[in-house]
Every structure is written in C-alpha cells, then in structure tokens.
Write a protein that binds this ligand. Structure first.
Ligand code: CTP
Length: 396
C-alpha cells in the first residue's frame, strides 16, 4: 500500500476521480488530491475532498502565510503521483519541466514515481508533439496508463484513442507499477479455466472452473515483470491487460495452443481444469431429443501436463490437483508422475474455496519434499505464493 497523490487536471474525465479516490482508499492506499484550476471546472473541491477524506491541494492553497510550501510537502509525502486525467498540456509541461503551477512544481520538487492517465481528443494524443512528450516522460521513468480506445467526450467526436482508462483499471495499473519486478525476464505460460467437450454443436461436458486462479497467476506474474502467455478455456473474465491471451474450448485445442508455446516458455503453470474425457462421437448436427435412454461413450483426453513433463528440459512446471479427500499422497504421486517442480493441492468440497470462488486454500508441494500449507486467502495472494516458489526453481 502506498501514499498516492492523485493530481487532477482539466478534462471531462475529472468527474470519475472521486470514484478513483474511493477505490484507492478501499485498497488500503493513503490518498491526497491535487487539483488544477481547470480541473475544478469539471469536478468540485467538495466532492474530491469527501472522496479523498481530506482537503484538496489547489493553486490558491499553494503558498500560505505560515510559510508552508505545498509543492515541497506533497513531493515529500507522496510515494507515487497519479495524474488523472492528464491533459495534453499537463504532459507537455511536465516533459519540459515547467513549474509555474502546483503540479509542475510538485513533480520537479522530487516526486518519486509518476504515472499519467492521459485523456484527450485522439488527434491531440497522436500529435507528434504529444507523442514526443510522452516518450520523454517514459524515458524519465514515468508510466503511462492508456489512453484507451472508446467514445470521446467532445461533441461529434465519436470513438477514438484518447479516453481515460476506467478507475478500476487505473487502480490495477497503479498496483502493478508499484510492484517490485522480481520476475523480470521470466517467460511464463499459464493455462486457466475449464474445457468444453462437445457432444453436438450446442451440448458439451464441462466443469465449474471460473478461470480465476489461473488468471490471478497470469496477472500477478505480469505485475512482477514476467512476460505472460495465457491459454484460457471459456470464462466470463475479460482478457487481462498486458498479457497475451489465446482462447480455446476443448482439451485438444488447449493442448495444441500450449504445445505451440511450450518452446518459448521457461515456466508453465497449468491451472486449467482440463476435462479428462471427451465424447467419442461428436454429432455435426444438433441431436433432437428422444424418449429412449442414451449412452454417451467417452474417450480419454491426452494429459497435457504429463506431456510437458516428458519434455521438460529445464523448465519449471507447476500443476494443480483437485481432491475431495485428504489427497496429500495422491498429489505427491502426481508431482512425481508428471515430472513437476510444484503442485498446488486444493479441495473441491470445502465451503468458499476452490472452483469459482474468490478465495482458495492450497497446500503447495515441491519436488524436493518441501510443503507449504497456505491459509485461506484470496486467489491473487495464492498466486503470489506460487510464483515465489516458481522463482526459486527458475533461478536455481
Ligand atoms: N491436466 C492436464 N491435462 C489433462 C488433465 C489434467 O494438463 N488432460 C493438468 C491440470 O491442468 C492440472 C493437473 O494436470 O494441473 C491435474 O492433474 P490430474 O491428474 O488430472 O488431476 P485430477 O484431475 O485432480 O486427477 P484425477 O482425475 O486423476 O484424480
């Protein structure tokens, strides 16, 4: 958690800042807010102050009779400055190091990390001047979050590049920006979600996997600097930003996608709930219903992880084991049989964890015999613990 100074400059997206402030606080960040004069034409100081839980730093409050210089104080206080929305002018001024307003002065006074959420008309964003300023800021180590493609505010503009990222995504980006990059350089392949084994064009066998565990691994690894490739079965989750995603349906498609990427990968986390069987016959036409009993013959799917284990060549391999009973011995056996470095054992029938829930309770087993019994925690935290272990094997 960090001390975040949110700097608001003059754009329509400023109306989203109170929501952004609430989200940041809900995540445990401490926030303060700075607003330019123009920003206050779009959002009131009162709504910013209420959402931030404290007063707003404005141009008027910059120099006080008591000798306080707000730009120095803010620069010392902040661990990160998030400029949202950032106007074309704010970017340009920061790139040039101008300091005749409170934001410019705060940035020059030594604000440690800076991230920008540009919001402007597409032509202004794409203008070579703006692009040069954005490049300059990146070269200074600043981060740029967006802009996104979408409907633009100015009348008659339609859609384009220049929309501020939504507050939820800004919070994710900021958290990623603040995360130490201890997996920089790791090429990680992750699988997630269920597979669907079709009987006919509209019917399939599947399982209740939501994909959350695998997506959490992909996102946590991305935030820690890894390059991530995600092979996902059908899920309701949006593609995580900054991750290359391939969507598949059946176990056979998943196998193909994973094997295609395997030569590239240095580590693989198989979090997908791959169906063990598929129907032996698949009807091209939708089967009409009938009165008679029906028997479906199933054939086994290839075990993808087992195949990866057979041609491991120095890669780090992580599997999951889903059990209803104790399962420790079975998980150990799987770890050996599939030639894995780690296996994450979790349970199907425990309330509030596992399939389709937000939390998980996992026992991590390593090939060298180490066992970590993790308490119940959010899947994202489980993901980080798994990645801590992956890192050890990767570096070894
Ligand atoms: N897995 C796979 N290909 C399959 C089946 C499973 O790659 N056809 C992977 C899963 O992604 C998971 C691990 O293997 O990482 C689970 O192993 P598995 O032996 O299938 O576990 P269970 O389904 O829990 O085992 P079983 O059904 O044998 O009890």
């Amino acid at each position: 958690m960090a001390r975040v100074l949110v700097a608001v400059t003059g754009g329509v997206a400023a109306i989203k800042v109170p929501h952004l402030l609430r989200l940041l606080r809900a995540q445990g960040h401490e926030v303060r807010v700075l607003a330019s004069r123009r920003a206050l034409e779009f959002v009131t100081p009162l709504s910013l102050a209420v959402a931030a839980g404290g007063e707003v730093a404005t141009e008027e409050a910059w120099f006080r009779p008591d000798g306080r210089a707000l730009h120095i104080e803010l620069a010392r206080w902040a661990e990160v400055v998030l400029v949202a929305p950032a106007t074309v002018d704010a970017l340009a001024r920061a790139a040039l190091g101008l300091a005749d307003d409170l934001l410019g002065a705060t940035l020059l006074a030594g604000a440690p990390r800076v991230a920008w959420a540009p919001a402007m008309n597409e032509a202004m964003w794409l203008a070579p001047q703006t692009q040069a300023h954005a490049e300059r800021l990146k070269a200074l180590g600043h981060a740029l979050f967006g802009p996104a493609y979408g409907p633009l505010a100015a009348l008659g503009e339609g859609e384009g590049w220049g929309r501020m990222l939504e507050p939820e995504e800004l919070v994710e980006r900021l958290n990623a920006f603040l995360t130490p990059k201890d997996l920089e350089g790791l090429r990680l392949l992750v699988s997630a979600g269920p597979t669907r084994e079709y009987l006919d064009p509209v019917r399939f066998l599947s399982n209740p996997s939501s994909g959350r565990m695998g997506y959490a691994v992909a996102e946590a690894a991305r935030d820690r600097g890894a390059q991530v490739f995600l092979v996902s079965g059908p899920t309701a989750l949006p593609d995580p930003w900054g991750v290359e995603v391939v969507r598949v349906e059946s176990a056979l498609e998943m196998r193909r996608a994973i094997l295609d990427r395997y030569p590239w990968a240095e580590a693989v986390v198989m979090a997908a709930a791959v169906a063990d069987y598929r129907p032996a016959e698949v009807s091209r036409e939708k089967e009409p219903k009938g009165e008679a009993e029906k028997v479906v013959r199933l054939v086994p799917n290839p075990d993808i992880l087992q195949e990866l284990g057979e041609r491991k060549e120095g890669r780090v391999l992580v599997g999951f084991a889903m059990e209803t009973g104790e399962g420790l011995e079975r998980a150990k056996e799987k770890l050996r049989r599939k030639n894995l470095d780690l296996i994450a054992l979790n349970w199907v029938n425990r309330e509030g964890v596992g399939f389709a829930s937000l939390e998980n309770e996992v026992v991590l087993l390593a090939r060298d015999g180490r066992v970590w019994e993790l308490p119940r925690m959010r899947k994202r935290q489980v993901a980080d613990r798994i990645l801590d272990a992956v890192k050890e094997f990767w570096k070894a």
